[in-house]
Write a protein that binds this ligand. Structure first.
Ligand code: ITT
Length: 202
């Protein structure tokens, strides 16, 4: 099976390929389709945005496409940054700008009230219009200062529940054993394996 990974986020793309290793799939990225149009992410749910990206890329490339829409939900901020995670500090903001904005918004929030979760929705779309979606979550809390240099995005401030180090202080393998993306991709992997399993003959 051929599959286009429909993301322009290099770090996400690396994680997705790493977690999906071993599947009977040949991967393409958007670098293989440089003229593929940009998708406006204007849905108000992760699932809505993920589906929009997967359908747009599958429609353009005429191949099955997998997309990831993900983000951080902070309970004390009523779920923000949520679907706006990538542009929390404004259009064109980078990871550092977004992290600084988050820490500044959370300045007065005390230790026990800094709970948050990462959410990931993986959408799969086929050129014939068939589709599926898979979700993953990881609970944790937000620190006061960035720690660690691995990963991307909000990783330097996210402490997964039960750990006293951030995602950015973990190895790729440790993050992959816990992350929202790994959980959603595990469900995706099971779906693909079922799809390829030989049907029992009657
Ligand atoms: P594509 O839409 O091209 O896939 P994007 O970076 O714009 O790339 P999203 O709209 O899904 O992706 O935004 C996801 C943002 O959520 C991402 O930029 C990070 O800020 C944050 N995020 C998601 N997963 C994360 C993770 O595993 N670690 C840290 N931050 C994460």
């Amino acid at each position: 099976m051929e599959l286009v990974i429909a993301t322009r986020n290099r770090k996400k793309n690396e994680e997705m390929k790493r977690i999906l290793e071993g599947l009977p799939v040949s991967f393409y990225t958007l670098d293989d389709f440089p003229d593929c149009p940009e998708v406006i992410e204007d849905a108000d749910t992760f699932k809505g945005n993920a589906a929009k990206k997967a359908f747009a890329v599958s429609g353009y490339t005429k191949k099955p496409a997998i997309s990831d829409d993900s983000g951080l939900e902070v309970y004390a901020l009523n779920g923000a940054p949520g679907v706006f995670s990538a542009r929390y500090a404004g259009e064109g903001a980078d990871d550092v700008n977004n992290l600084e904005k988050l820490l500044s918004e959370m300045r007065d929030i005390t230790k026990g009230k800094r709970g948050a979760r990462f959410v990931c929705c993986i959408a799969l779309a086929f050129p014939d219009g068939k589709a599926a979606a898979f979700e993953g979550y990881v609970e944790g809390s937000i620190g006061r200062d960035p720690k660690g240099s691995n990963g991307f995005g909000y990783d330097p401030v996210f402490y997964p529940k039960g750990y006293n180090k951030t995602f950015a202080e973990m190895t790729a393998q440790e993050k992959d054993s816990l992350s929202h993306r790994a959980m959603a991709l595990k469900a995706f992997r099971e779906y693909i394996v079922r799809l390829f399993r030989p049907k029992p003959s009657k």
